[in-house]
Design a protein around this ligand. Structure first.
Ligand SMILES: NC(=O)c1ccc[n+]([C@@H]2O[C@H](COP(=O)([O-])OP(=O)(O)OC[C@H]3O[C@@H](n4cnc5c(N)ncnc54)[C@H](O)[C@@H]3O)[C@@H](O)[C@H]2O)c1
Length: 403
């Protein structure tokens, strides 16, 4: 099978390509514009493989897309190319509308024109897999928030479509859901907090999530109107190696090592459901190869954590992994790396909680996350330390142990 992966030089796309080349016999065409977020270094492990090819193309360029389809004749598309950072979307939404909406429209049209010309067998087997985000659903009630009822569709506790931990209808057992779910699950009231299901209504809050929601609607319309064989996945926040350091986890690691402030929005109590990127890559491959046309699959890590909890965990790991003699920042500060935490004015429209009910993909496709947050975050910190030590900083931390 030949898979065209858009955005393959990005954080998740590169994990998908590494997974496919290293674990299957399939071939990959990586189509990426190489924006600031694209980095071909993330593909060094596989880029010499004869089953891998790179095309530097903008998904907004229809003529170039047509050439790629004609030349490479893919059997499936996995569409990850996007502008992906919420803060940037607030500062400058135009690029998000262009790439995430117009770019997806162009790709759908180029793929559909190509698909229309395929012979019957290849046409039937073809899949267009659109990778989306749980942010399209808006946000969910927070355990500290007693006034959430009625503040939006995803927040309504009485919605028939919400999957609620501890409620019998359409739910897994408490014990299954609660394993490893952290502080948001520790008392009776919190156990009734809803999760995002595939039926949750769309209520995006940011220009980024609104642009992703728009692209999801285009994909569904292309299925309904043209019979074009699409599948959508929505996932929670990913973490792991090769993430661009504007995102929370790599920013905290790298700023800590450089003695810079660790800016935390509001009180840092926003909850995200953290998914290790390699678990996500496995899920995406399962969906493109085994998923049912027209379906949406939610993908989550069962790891609800407040942002501040994540930051504290990283600081603790850095205290452990960066030895005292090189750790001038922590040594000069009574609180160690945690002393760098600075609370800043909250992001406008900041979603308070995301949490995924991933029972559908588990039940129907047999996927579930394998990485615990404790182990995944340790591997991630170690990976950034390794990069930092040996590639970015040079000798400063050469004596660092445990990496
Ligand atoms: N990171 C997350 O936590 C997360 C969670 C859920 C869903 N997603 C979605 O997964 C996808 C990948 O996310 P990511 O974190 O890897 O993003 P990323 O920002 O790390 O990578 C995006 C990639 O897309 C490429 N790109 C951007 N504009 C392009 C264009 N016009 N044409 C071609 N390529 C272009 C960039 O060069 C980059 O390589 C996105 O669609 C995102 O919405 C991300």
């Amino acid at each position: 099978m030949k898979i065209l992966v858009t955005g393959g030089a990005g954080f998740i796309g590169s994990a998908v390509i590494r997974h496919i080349i290293e674990n299957t016999q399939d071939s990959v065409i990586n189509l990426d514009k190489l924006t600031y977020a694209g980095n071909l270094e993330s593909l060094l492990a596989v880029s010499d493989n004869e089953r891998y090819v790179f095309e530097q193309v903008d998904i907004c360029d229809r003529a170039e897309l047509d050439c790629v389809f004609k030349q490479h004749q893919p059997d499936a598309v996995m569409h990850l190319a996007a502008e992906s950072h919420v803060d940037r979307s607030i500062d400058g939404p135009a690029e998000f509308m262009q790439t995430n909406i117009i770019g997806t429209y162009n790709l759908l049209e180029a793929a559909r024109a190509y698909w229309n010309e395929l012979d019957a067998d290849r046409k039937q087997a073809f899949r267009f897999h659109h990778i989306s985000t749980d942010e399209v659903y808006g946000d969910l009630p927070h355990p500290n928030d007693e006034s959430y009822v009625g503040r939006g569709s995803a927040r309504q506790m009485d919605s028939e479509n919400q999957s609620c931990v501890g409620q019998p209808s359409g739910c897994q057992s408490d014990s299954e859901h609660n394993v490893g779910r952290g502080s948001a699950r520790q008392n009776e009231v919190q156990q009734e907090l809803p999760l995002f299901t595939e039926q949750t209504s769309y209520a995006p809050s940011s220009p980024y999530s609104a642009s992703k929601a728009s692209s999801d609607h285009l994909v569904r319309a292309w299925l309904r109107t043209y019979g074009f064989p699409t599948i959508i996945t929505t996932s929670s926040n990913n973490y792991g190696p090769y993430q661009f350091p504007e995102k929370l986890i790599p920013m905290v690691i790298l700023n800590s090592l450089e003695g810079k402030d660790l800016p935390i929005y509001g009180k840092g109590d926003q909850i995200r459901d953290w998914l290790y990127v390699e678990d996500h890559a496995r899920a995406l491959y399962k969906v493109v190869t085994e998923g049912v046309i027209g379906e949406t699959y939610n993908i989550g890590g069962h790891n609800e954590k407040q942002n501040i909890e994540v930051v504290h965990t990283i600081c603790d790991l850095l205290e452990e992994l960066v030895p005292d003699n090189n750790n001038s920042i922590a040594a000069g500060n009574q609180q160690g790396f945690k002393g760098l935490i600075t609370y800043v004015i909250d992001r406008p429209g900041h979603d308070v909680r995301y949490a995924i009910d991933a029972s559908k993909i588990e039940k129907e496709l047999g996927w579930k996350p394998e990485e615990s947050f404790e182990n995944g975050i340790r591997k991630t910190v170690e990976w950034y330390l390794h990069k930092k030590v040996y590639e970015f900083i040079g000798n400063d931390y050469q004596n660092t142990q445990n990496i």
